[in-house]
Design a protein around this ligand. Structure first.
Ligand code: 13P
Length: 263
């Protein structure tokens, strides 16, 4: 299975679901279920992205029980501190031991009018505080018709990488907007061809080391039945999972995809 040296990453974006009490119950059950199955966290990292209000509870539970799950925020402010009502700084996320933060999710781009310049500033804010930005890119159905599959995701990534050094630790998530929550996932071939274009962009921006080290995830209607197909592709290193990440059995099964694709 191991077609490259990158550690696979299966990330669950909970979006605006599960309060902090539900989060504690979910994380406990997920950790037990993966532990019972002797899941190898060194081979496949499992990360969750709960709402901000859950993060302190998740941090406490993961630290107290020494769980191998990683976690992060779903968004971050471009600012350090001050008069920005409702915003959460990268410093606060780092204090909560977040490893990651999702930046530029299509729901932020469309529902909150986030443009590429803001995404780039948020990436800088994350990097300043040692967080790994999970940079989301992806085209709408209309973009796909007009520009083809990779032009928009590549342009979004180029702009997000503005001022990012080649040595930076980042994750790229390719999430075609038409595949999110639609039950119409991209085929593994489609996702791989955009992943190749994104990897070339990383190469042009940061050189061979950045391009060979950086993980590229696919997201959009990922399920236990289609994860294996993506993970067989050489340039896809994991998945950003929405709906199925809220279903314990489904998410655990996606994390354990090696069991159903063979090694
Ligand atoms: P779905 O898996 O529900 O399609 O959502 C994907 C997503 O937006 C993850 O960030």
């Amino acid at each position: 299975m191991a077609v490259n040296k990158r550690t696979a990453l299966i990330a669950g974006n909970w979006k605006m679901n599960l309060d902090h009490l539900q989060a504690i119950a979910f994380v406990q059950k997920l950790a037990w279920s993966l532990k019972d199955a002797a899941h190898d966290f060194d081979a496949v990292e499992a990360a969750i992205f709960p709402p901000f209000t859950d993060l302190r509870s998740v941090q406490t539970l993961i630290a107290a029980d020494k769980l191998s799950l990683t976690y992060g925020g779903q968004d971050v402010s471009e600012h350090e501190s001050g008069a920005h009502t409702g915003e959460v700084s990268a410093a606060f996320l780092a204090k909560l031991d977040c490893r990651y933060v999702i930046i530029g999710h299509s729901e932020r781009r469309t529902q909150h009018a986030e443009d590429d310049a803001l995404v780039a500033r948020k990436v800088q804010a994350a990097l300043r505080h040692g967080l790994v930005p999970v940079i989301c890119v992806g085209e709408s159905a209309e973009d796909l018709k007009v520009h083809g599959p990779s032009a928009i995701p590549v342009a979004q990534l180029q702009r997000a990488l503005d001022s990012v050094p080649g040595s930076a630790d980042i994750v790229v998530a390719y999430e075609p907007v038409w595949a999110i929550g639609s039950g119409q996932p991209a085929t593994a071939d489609q996702a791989e061809s955009v992943a190749v274009a994104l990897r070339n962009t990383l190469q042009e921006h940061g050189g061979d080391e950045m391009s060979s080290r950086t993980r590229i995830l696919y997201g959009g209607s990922v399920s236990p039945s289609n994860i294996a197909g993506y993970m067989r592709e050489p340039n896809i290193d994991g998945a950003l999972v929405g709906g199925a990440s809220l279903d314990l059995a489904a998410f655990a099964s996606i994390v354990r995809y090696q069991k159903h694709v063979g090694s």
